[in-house]
Design a protein. Structure first.
Length: 622
């Protein structure tokens, strides 16, 4: 072979080799990449593939239902409602504004309200976005009839709360609403989503974690664009929230509601031997169902701006001067400290000069005359307790006993946002006002006035301590928790000691006796007279600066006086000074006690007590 031909053949072979190498490099690279993805990094990509190919849809759980103590009368149930969702990626881009505008008209909201929930950077997403909740069936029906003109629009069932017995139960049960950003920031790691419904007040808020239940999940297979690519999905069904049985007795609650009537104030019925709250009424109240309406924000603003503050539960969220009801604490302190003989008399001339100030007793000159403890308490003589407080006890001892009765601290009831009231001291006044404590301050506190403040529930606890002879059980509204399916009791709330006193038993007996003597021989003889049951009580009339010649009317009581503590109830009523003065608290309290122990309605109790003339032509005494 000639050199020329050999050289030509060699050149041709070299070209083939080079071409083979060029072709082999990408192939080898591909094999290496495939080996890397499947073997070296296979697990990583498999996990990534699963994440990309799975879409989780939340199925909301029904909230647990709430019942009264007999577990046969629901206070709140779930009613079927709907949410409307939009999957923006399913809407043709050139029709987006038209579809959203049309949907907004069906939902009776503005297009901008929907646009806020679906910003531009989400308009190609295939994830469903909730644009409105609490949509009624008729609206869903209209959307369904126009479905061909509303691509990407869907709906789902989402129950809402239906409060069957509103009025005075509104402060106890509370209401629910959409979770806020601040709430979600706190609760997101507990399974809550940005579409969750949460309790806002009352039992709904206090026990939201029990009522929420466990949401379900539907896991679907989707492509990289978020479109569902398989009809098969994994379903984890939701679990309904627990059923809550409250301590509230619906019959007693209604009785108390009617006895207080349309008067600004509060009334509580407490079982002293357990701490169970049988009734709790605060007026004015509100309708919890308004928060399910389309005008909920308008209604909320109306309630917020109402000068009578109907959203406030006056039983636990407002504190008042306890007035002469505080003389229960004063009498207990005097007896326990042996600060002044109970049978020694003090003269009341209707007024008392101290420094450059004149203090007037509620019975002005010539006053009550000479009084011992029993009659000083029964006649609610201010001069008697001014003298005891200023000259024989002093503010430190008074404050110490007040705290022993639970004043100035949380009552620990299972409701949110309760206030602690105030037990003033010389140190407190110095820090608060940079002023020295004066003897006149002690005199004011001695009759439950001045800086002293307490909630109606704290006064109920005070009476419970007298009834129990030294023990206050933690007040509570939850009686038991039940399984929503089987109705089996999963947890029963046991009584729990809140405060236990070291005061002598003999002292408690004396305090009980003077409280009973107040009914038979004291200022409330007529309004508190009762032939069905023996009552022990104390009145209170709190002076309020902003209301000229008007006072808060208090009555604290327990009954039966001659029964063991486990058979007794405590009742506390306050009627605020903003009402027409009628000294209604004693009458209301007696009607409540009569109705409970005679098993009577409000009308029957009023008639048997002889109070019909008070309510004639005035309905519920508005």
């Amino acid at each position: 072979m000639s050199n020329y031909n050999y050289s030509k053949q060699l050149t041709k072979s070299s070209k083939l080799l080079i071409l083979l190498i060029i072709i082999s490099i990408p192939f080898v690279s591909f094999l290496f990449k495939l080996f890397s993805m499947q073997i070296i990094n296979g697990e990583h990509y498999r996990l990534q593939s699963q994440t990309i190919s799975s879409q989780v849809s939340i199925i909301p759980a029904q909230r647990g239902e709430i019942f009264d103590r007999n577990a046969n009368m629901p206070m709140v149930i779930n009613t079927e409602s709907f949410v409307v969702n939009v999957t923006p990626g399913e809407i043709p881009s050139n029709r987006y504004d038209t579809v959203i505008s049309r949907l907004a008209k069906f939902l009776n909201i503005s297009k901008s309200a929907i646009d806020k929930k679906i910003p531009r950077n989400m308009r190609k997403s295939y994830s469903a976005i909730q644009v409105k909740a609490n949509v009624n069936f008729n609206t869903i029906l209209n959307i369904a009839e126009n479905k061909t003109d509303l691509p990407g629009v869907s709906w789902a069932s989402k129950p809402i709360r239906n409060y069957l017995h509103t009025e005075s139960l509104s402060h106890i049960v509370g209401y629910v609403g959409d979770i806020t950003q601040d709430e979600w920031t706190v609760l997101y790691n507990q399974g809550y989503t940005k579409n969750s419904i949460v309790g806002k007040t009352g039992i709904e808020k206090q026990y939201d974690y029990l009522l929420q239940g466990k949401q379900g999940r539907e896991i679907s297979t989707i492509d990289v664009h978020g479109r569902i690519v398989s009809d098969k999905s994994k379903l984890e069904p939701p679990k309904m929230g627990d059923s809550l049985i409250l301590t509230i007795d619906s019959r007693i609650q209604k009785l108390v509601e009617e006895a207080l009537g349309q008067r600004v104030g509060a009334s509580i019925v407490l079982k002293p031997s357990t701490g169970e709250v049988l009734a709790m009424v605060s007026y004015p109240y509100f309708d919890s169902n308004i928060f399910n309406s389309e005008n909920s924000s308008i209604e909320y603003n109306r309630l917020i701006n109402d000068p009578l503050k109907p959203l406030i539960n006056r039983a636990v969220q407002l504190s008042y001067p306890p007035a002469s009801t505080f003389k229960i604490v004063m009498s207990t302190a005097m007896l326990q400290e042996d600060a002044f003989p109970a049978n020694k008399e003090i003269e009341c001339k209707g007024r008392l000069f101290y420094g450059n100030h004149l203090f007037n007793c509620h019975v002005k000159y010539p006053g009550h005359g000479w009084l011992d403890l029993k009659n000083g308490f029964a006649q609610s003589c201010d001069v008697y307790y001014w003298t005891i407080g200023r000259d024989n006890l002093g503010i430190e001892k008074i404050a110490s006993y007040a705290r022993e009765f639970g004043f100035g601290q949380s009552s620990k009831i299972d409701l949110p946002n309760q206030v602690a009231g105030l037990v003033p001291t010389a140190e407190w006044k110095e820090k608060k006002y940079h002023e020295k404590w004066l003897g006149g301050d002690t005199m004011s506190v001695s009759i439950g006035q001045g800086y002293m403040e307490a909630t109606p529930l704290q006064l109920a606890n005070m009476v419970a301590m007298v009834s129990n002879e030294g023990v206050i059980y933690k007040p509570h509204l939850l009686k038991e928790i039940r399984d929503p399916v089987t109705n089996e009791v999963t947890k029963e709330i046991k009584r729990e000691i809140l405060t236990e006193s070291t005061i002598d038993k003999a002292v408690w007996k004396q305090v009980q006796e003077i409280m009973r003597y107040t009914v038979t021989d004291g200022t409330p003889q007529y309004p508190m007279h009762n032939d069905v049951v023996q009552i022990a009580c104390k009145t209170g009339t709190a002076e309020v600066d902003q209301y000229k010649d008007s006072w808060h009317s208090w009555l604290v009581a327990y009954a039966p006086y001659d029964a063991p503590p486990e058979d007794r109830i405590c009742v506390v009523t306050i009627v605020e000074a903003c009402n027409t003065w009628e000294w209604w608290a004693p009458y209301a309290t007696n009607i409540i006690i009569q109705g409970i122990f005679a098993n009577q309605t409000y009308e029957e109790a009023v008639k048997d007590l002889g109070f019909s003339y008070l309510t004639k032509n005035r309905g519920r005494m508005e």
